[in-house]
Design a protein around this ligand. Sequence first.
Ligand code: MG
Length: 373
Amino acid sequence: MPAALALLRFPVEQSRGRRYPESRHPYRNEFQRDRDRVIHARAFRRLENKTQVFPASLSDHFRNRLTHTIEVSQLSRTVAVVLGLDESLVEVLALAHDIGHPPFAHAGEEELDRQMQRFGARFDHNRHALRIVETFEQRYARFPGLNLTFEVREGILKHSKDLSPADGREFDEYLPGLRPPLEAQIIDLADEIAYNTADLDDAWSAGLVDADSACSAIEEFAALWEREATQFPGATERERFYEVLRQLVDALVTGLIEGTREASLAAGAGSVEEVRSHPVRLVRLTEETQRLNRGLKHFLHKMVYGSETLLAERRASTARIAQMFTYFMDDPERLPESYREGLSEQPAHRIVCDYVAGMTDRYFEKTYRELFG
Ligand code: MG
């Protein structure tokens, strides 16, 4: 196994700490406490009723955003342990990485962003996640939000892209222009590995892809598919598919471990500060697995995300989100009381956006039926 990158581990005792200082816990360190706070948050439980890719109305077997999150956590913890990084920091960031997602997956995010642009604002799920942990979760008497450590908040904000000074003064404290620690960088690629392979699995169950289409589009899939036929001649097609899928996951995770180790050694990074100041992220796949990852992605776009089943679903969700957003913007007094209170402090479009973004798919459906029949 590749040598560990223990020198690049973020040392929990060097955390910049919490906004509101707290005394130490007798046996959990600060990142372990943050992990537990996220697990007990309402926004975390809501993930269960948010779509990942395939809506729950089609089958109970598909991933939802909660089971996807657990898969990302599992993959990224493996990578962290092998590389000698902080497992708890990676775990909390994995568990929190999608809590800012609105209902109806990417269709929901794009439509909310489109609606916000009419008012010169934007919607971004990373920033929304930060608002959730900083403000919306109200479970502590002594402070608003979850009072998470700086590194966890930074990792939430930078999980899928870096922050630049041009992103605005409001994020100045989060070290714009610097990379986050490796623990935070892992999440984005672990997320990709998890959803590319899981979407292939779910698409197989949904009948959108089969062995022929996968073999002709993805070289690595074809090679493994042939190999499994020789190794398990009596296996059913389904068993053979799972053997192949499991090896694809393993190849990608191994590629992530090796790619990161190679890049970190090549950069000569010997400390967290050097990870931060390096011009690009050091967490990456090897070239070979980047190719595999691209192949999977391309295949899924063509066969799954662009399929009529999902496109029809997407058009319907988009239209209904737009309709609900407009309904509340036409008269913000229609918002529930707890949201109306915010209208004196923030523009109505932000409050309406927060309200809709916080809904689960199920709650959205229920509200929609109540409002529009
Ligand atoms: Mg995700």
